[in-house]
Design a protein around this ligand. Sequence first.
Ligand code: IMP
Length: 195
Amino acid sequence: MIIVLATANQNKVIELTNLLPQDIELKSLKEIGITTEIPETGSTLRENAFLKASFVKNHLKKQNLNYPVLSDDSGLEVEALGNEPGVNSAIYAGIPKDDQANNQKLLNELKKVTKRQATFKTVICYIDAEVHYFEGHVNGTISYEARGQNGFGYDPLFIPQGYRSTFAELSQEIKNSLSHRAQAIKAFLSYIKSE
Ligand code: IMP
């Protein structure tokens, strides 16, 4: 089976490749000729996941290709900030996207805050003959400083429940065993197996 991954984020491509079984052949946006950024103008993770997957599905249709498409939209909800940055996680510190600036802004916003609970969420949109959504989340807390070199995005600040280390300090294997993305992929795989 072939699936097109509707993401230009190489870090997501790596994680999704590790999370999906090897008998699924993944095609990148580049391989199907998409080099422009796909607009993410939705007001929810679900809307943005749909925008990305449907953009790619329409592009494929024009080439008479019928591959299914999978997209991932993720966001970090911080309780003390009224669940911000949420759907705006990628551009929290402004445009263009800058992971380090986002992390710095989050640390500044939480400077005097001791209640640091947060949830990382992923919505996967999968379009075959129909549109399907699969969701995953992981609870945790926000650290007081950036720690660790692994992963990407907010990983240096996110400490999953039950651990003392941030995602960026944990191995990719551990992150992939409990992350928001791993949970969403698990739900996706049970759909694929039922087909
Ligand atoms: P998007 O899903 O590409 O819109 O990503 C939203 C924001 O969350 C971006 O700033 C990403 O860097 C960040 N992000 C997405 N997934 C993860 C993750 O697994 N760990 C840490 N940050 C992430």
